[in-house]
Design a protein around this ligand. Structure first.
Ligand code: SF4
Ligand code: SF4
Length: 305
């Protein structure tokens, strides 16, 4: 953290101990050494009820030894969003804490475009944290198209796709490649001094990678599925096609154990449903015209072979 700070990093993101282990304690020690006023701290907790969130923010402040600047409701998804946004839900608690001066900004962290859009329409939300990179650009493309996001702070994570895109692209390409999207800040996982060097040393210039170019580069290593993860493929049965297609690409980018394990969780059920499905609603809105049931069949054969 100190190495990155000396190279110009002034934004540090963490989460409660149940989610990120001892990160809050370490960040607190670092904040004192760097000078609290010199850095911005964002923190997060996966609690959707207001009382729980209130308690967690106070606990985070104690763990950090200082008040966080931004606090996110973490991993808001399509199932828990109603509770998060409801009266006396987690977002209301963050607003109260902001009024009381404990935090400066309220936030929603999500991997779902629908939740990001709901956050953008809600005056209580100051900052939205979501994920994207030159391969998984569907959500960030949609955000860039809509004016409602312009009044929010936008923070991007997964720029390296949990590290696996580094097997094909350089940090300069991955960082330069996201600079033209309208984000206030990008979060990069940095675990070593070499990684801090790679992330912070250069004055990165924006690079415009077309999606076709990204696919072409990936094709030198495996046959990627050309899904941008835009999340337009809505399935009436609730299957999250974009996650399955992502796991397939992640597997081939080196996340073997993790991706295969996730794919195995419900591939049989999804495959059987897709083979019987006649409506194929998911394909109707796919801008890339992907033949989703065939891809699910291919992934099923791959996982079960
Ligand atoms: S399958 Fe198509 S609609 Fe679904 S996330 Fe991928 S690109 Fe978007
Ligand atoms: S083919 Fe049918 S069951 Fe399969 S994901 Fe698409 S809509 Fe859902």
């Amino acid at each position: 953290m100190m190495c990155a700070y000396r190279m110009g990093c002034n934004f540090y993101d963490t989460a409660i101990p149940e989610e990120y282990g001892d990160a809050e304690y370490k960040l607190g020690v670092f904040a004192e050494k760097a000078g609290r006023e010199n850095i911005i701290i964002s923190d997060k907790a996966r609690f959707m009820d207001g009382n729980d969130m209130f308690r967690e923010v106070m606990r985070s402040a104690e763990n950090l030894g200082t008040d966080p600047d931004i606090y996110f409701v973490h991993q808001v998804d399509e199932d828990n969003q109603d509770e998060t946004f409801s009266r006396y839900g987690a977002l209301d608690a963050l607003c109260d804490l902001k009024k009381a001066g404990v935090i400066k900004y309220t936030g929603i962290a999500t991997h779902y475009y629908s939740v990001a859009e709901r956050s953008a329409r809600d005056d209580r939300v100051d900052v939205i944290q979501t994920s994207g990179n030159i391969m998984e650009r569907g959500i960030i493309d949609r955000i860039a198209e809509k004016d409602i996001f312009k009044s929010k702070g936008l923070i991007l994570n997964k720029v390296y796709a949990a590290g696996c895109l580094l097997n094909v692209f350089s940090p300069a390409e991955l960082i330069g490649g996201i600079l033209h999207w309208p984000f206030s800040c990008a979060l990069l996982g940095i675990g070593t001094i070499e990684q801090a060097d790679a992330a912070m040393k250069e004055d990165y210039t924006p690079v415009q990678f077309s999606f076709e170019e990204v696919m072409r580069r990936l094709s030198e290593h495996f046959s990627p599925v050309g899904c941008t993860r835009c999340q337009r493929c809505l399935c009436p049965k609730g299957y999250e096609v974009h996650i399955m297609l992502r796991q397939y690409n992640y597997y081939h980018l080196g996340k073997h154990y993790w991706a295969r394990k996730k794919l195995r969780l419900n591939i049989e059920e999804v495959y059987e449903s897709c083979m019987k499905c006649t409506e194929r609603q998911c394909m109707k809105d796919c801008p890339r015209k992907l033949r989703i049931p065939e891809l699910i069949e291919m992934i099923h054969d791959f996982v079960t072979r």
